[in-house]
Design a protein around this ligand. Structure first.
Ligand code: SF4
Length: 217
């Protein structure tokens, strides 16, 4: 059973320590509210973070809260979001926030409620809870799966996707109670900067000592 997996040593602390100096800097990470995380995640869908960062600040400058975004004209949204491509994104954002306003008046704070919002699945719901509310909750995305697969040598067992329920259980069992937001950001940045799909930089990795993949090289 994958769900009994544990970090062998103080890997979560090592990741958080490493992240103090290695973090990627994005506006939505500074003091994230539920609104900011939700907007950022919509911008990040099928988009590189560097691209999303180019429109996040102008988006927030125009529509800093739910009232302003639900009152926005779709044509304005399309224009601001145009550098990111995918015209339907404007419609998706409008639909999600209109739903929130009609249903609760404000962004809810439980996973079950968040997942009722159109366009919001496991990852976005949990990102809101972890980054805005600091809940100790695991995240799974393709980069984090790669780190888990390599660190615990899971790759041979079967091909795993972010929809794999067992992986979400693993992620939940590994997340620390202290600084869960920093820990999840560290995992995302480790996957993006160090444990990359091609040519991983093992020697720069803060958790290489206990890494199964690195140990087998
Ligand atoms: S040591 Fe290498 S394979 Fe292992 S987690 Fe770090 S970068 Fe990934």
């Amino acid at each position: 059973m994958l769900s009994v997996i544990e970090w062998p040593d103080k890997e979560s602390e090592k990741l958080i320590d490493w992240h103090r100096t290695a973090s990627r800097s994005f506006s939505w990470r500074k003091k994230p509210s539920k609104y900011q995380v939700l907007v950022a995640e919509f911008l990040l869908q099928r988009t590189q973070p560097v691209q999303a960062a180019k429109v996040f600040d102008s988006f927030m400058g125009r529509w800093p809260d739910i009232d302003s975004i639900t009152g926005a004209r779709e044509s304005q949204l399309v224009k601001v979001l145009s550098p990111l491509g995918r015209r339907s994104r404007a419609k998706d954002i409008k639909k999600a926030f209109k739903f929130i306003k009609a249903e609760w008046g404000a962004i809810p704070g439980t996973e079950e409620e968040l997942k009722l919002i159109p366009g919001v699945g496991n990852y976005i719901a949990r990102a809101v809870l972890c980054f805005a509310l600091k809940k100790p909750i695991g995240l799974v995305d393709p980069g984090i799966i790669r780190v888990f697969n390599r660190f615990f040598c899971l790759e041979s067992s079967k091909v795993r996707a972010h929809t794999d329920k067992e992986l979400w259980e693993v992620a939940d069992s590994l997340v620390p109670n202290k600084k869960p937001d920093r820990y999840n950001l560290a995992l995302l940045d480790l996957a993006a900067l160090v444990c990359t799909a091609k040519s991983p930089k093992h020697n720069d990795c803060p958790i290489k000592t206990n890494c199964c993949f690195f140990g087998a090289m």
